[in-house]
Ligand binder design. Sequence first.
Ligand SMILES: Nc1ncnc2c1ncn2[C@@H]1O[C@H](COP(=O)(O)OP(=O)(O)OP(=O)(O)O)[C@@H](O)[C@H]1O
Length: 215
Amino acid sequence: MRKQHNNPMIKHIAIAGNIGAGKTTLTKMLAKHYGWEIQLEEVDNNPYLADFYKDMSRWAFHLQIFFLNSRFKQVQEIAQIQAPVIQDRTIYEDAYIFAKSLYDQGYFVQRDYDNYLSIFESMIQYVEAPDLLIYLKSDLDNLVRNIENRGRDYEKTIRIDYLQELKTHYDTWIQNYDKGKLLIIDVNTINFVKNPEDFSSIVSKIDRELFGLFS
Ligand SMILES: Nc1ncnc2c1ncn2[C@@H]1O[C@H](COP(=O)(O)OP(=O)(O)OP(=O)(O)O)[C@@H](O)[C@H]1O
């Protein structure tokens, strides 16, 4: 079912969440449902991701710079496209979740982290927040199950404490998020791929945010 988006104020929808939360799948399903343009993460063409998971200290800075630039280019493109766009992960997550937790865990040396933050601060002035942020809230069991099921070779080395650290940063970030509309979807007890009614319930919540009388 295709439903054209008819709220001129809403142009940029973003999906946020931990590794394995289901962002990419939901992004594609929502893009199809609403007829939105789509912006995915650079995973297959990412020159650092596989090396990063083998040796995080060695490649943390390179990977963060790559993702930061890639995400910045996406927001620039979104600003220029007239049609509504749905984006798989935000630039905030790169800085406030990934870079921060890599620094906290000692994978970033101080001067590299300072350098990264300085680049981020320069860029963020030119970034508009999404009109609607959809956060997929997931516990660790669910993340691990999804990561195992998709079976990417380079993700086999992901440690549970790395996911836990990311989750802690996500919790803090979402609690304090005030840049625009926020919709939190608990994905622990639903399966929007297998159960059409779970997908419909997500769509109803989004409809309420986008087209509701008091939204
Ligand atoms: N800034 C970042 N720093 C470190 N790793 C990152 C960063 N951004 C993305 N990644 C990693 O790149 C890969 C992206 O994969 P993908 O787009 O499938 O998303 P995902 O995070 O696994 O989430 P989902 O399963 O919800 O789609 C994951 O291993 C992810 O965590």
